[in-house]
Design a protein around this ligand. Sequence first.
Ligand SMILES: Cc1cc2nc3c(=O)[nH]c(=O)nc-3n(C[C@H](O)[C@H](O)[C@H](O)COP(=O)(O)OP(=O)(O)OC[C@H]3O[C@@H](n4cnc5c(N)ncnc54)[C@H](O)[C@@H]3O)c2cc1C
Length: 493
Amino acid sequence: MKAPALSQFLEQAVSLLGEGAVKTAPSDLEPYCIDWRKRFFGKAAAILFPSNTELLAKIVRLANQHQVALVPQGGNTGLSGGATPDSSGEQVLVSLARLQQVREQDAVNKTLTVEAGITLLRVQELADAMGLLFPLSLGAEGSATIGGNLATNAGGTAVLRYGNARDLCLGIEVVTPTGEIWNGLRRLRKDNTGYDLRDLFIGSEGTLGFITAAVLKLFPKPAGLVTALVRVGSATDALALLQIAQAQCDAALTGFEYMSAQSVQVVIDHFPEVAKHGAQIIGSAGSDLSDSVLIEISHPASEGAAKEMLESVIAEAITQGAASDAILAQSMSQTKALWHLRETITLAAAEDGVQVKLDIAVPVSKLAEFITEMDREMLAEFPEIRLHNFGHFGDGNLHYNLGAPQSLAKGLSAEQRRAAYRTYIEQNEERLRRKVHDRVVAFNGSISAEHGLGQLRKAEAWRIKSSVELGLMKTIKQALDPNGILNPGKVIS
Ligand SMILES: Cc1cc2nc3c(=O)[nH]c(=O)nc-3n(C[C@H](O)[C@H](O)[C@H](O)COP(=O)(O)OP(=O)(O)OC[C@H]3O[C@@H](n4cnc5c(N)ncnc54)[C@H](O)[C@@H]3O)c2cc1C
């Protein structure tokens, strides 16, 4: 792209959106050019804040005319670098943050139609005010936007019962890469009228179109919700516990999150207060610490029924030797404390320093075997590596994360520690990543269960996917985005 084209584009963008909606100063741009984990540092020519779909469509048409690359961004909480521009300084970020309208609330149809820039937390609150539930839930929900959730097909902690973002969406509105508006805001649960375009855009990580609004599926609120933290001896025990819970609870089982001892250790290291509540069950530190599972039961009848169900699961698990102890939350604040421990793992890991972050899925029946074999193989080659595994065990999805050896940090300040870990990870990342991914492939699994490819996993996906699959993806991209202006360098381009 030639510089005059970029400056003409920016001049016309200012006329369209107004000065306040086009930022070009490096200090204004910086926070939007770094990803949440601080792994990707890009440089953008500008960030634009269109306030409605029509203005965004005009911007996209302008970008095609001047061959300017656009990078969609929501809350910038993505974990694959998909919303970070490249380092050329020529790409233009487009924030969806000002698309904030609630378009329609339909309690009878149990749907909520909102614009893309609304945060997930706000969507949950809107559903709650309608007396209903929007079950998508994840650690970054206060900042992540519903557009970003759909663009990444986010998962989170309730997939086991309600499915991922794709399953929670009935329709979308999209600005295509050539600047057309597709109104697919259908509030239908059945619609077999040709190719499913909605599902094509969901999960496309901003490479096939801007999602500008969505019809979300709502559910009745459960009458009773109970959570327990259960001490297990291993991933094999966790799988046995899952079998018991599914047999006894069926659809009432709404959460089943696994935390390895070392993943909790990292919370103890950096946020000891957060780990305090669970400590009596899973241990406090070092060799005393065990693996654990957070189970959530949502019962349609009552709190008492939910409690009874969960107590029965725990009793059976202890009888079968799959669990050795458990704590059942007795109040909402205890429930929150247990979930807070689980949700703080990502934050504590970021505080600890750079890790190799993997987001794998294998069939649920194979997950325990995968963890056991992978841990053994990993420790044989990297005896000091820290295995910070945790995740959505009930979905077969594990964040198989690898932390640098703690011995590297001896006597160092926090800043020096982070630098030492970064160097270690940068030196070993490719080997570690390949090792895990090769085993994932052997287990017929996925190298990205819920975080997407972005720029982080693009090369690995290209290594692993068949030429037929890659060819089909490239054909779709070329057909929708002939000028290659939308989020180049991500996923498939
Ligand atoms: C602490 C923490 C916990 C997390 N837990 C989970 C979890 O449990 N499950 C999970 O799945 N993820 C999780 N994430 C990752 C992240 O929150 C999700 O990927 C989320 O869906 C991203 O939303 P966002 O608005 O921040 O998107 P961004 O980070 O801004 O963008 C993500 C991708 O989507 C594209 N994009 C954004 N908005 C749009 C749009 N409107 N139209 C088209 N493309 C768009 C971007 O170009 C980029 O490729 C977590 C992140 C953090 C920091």
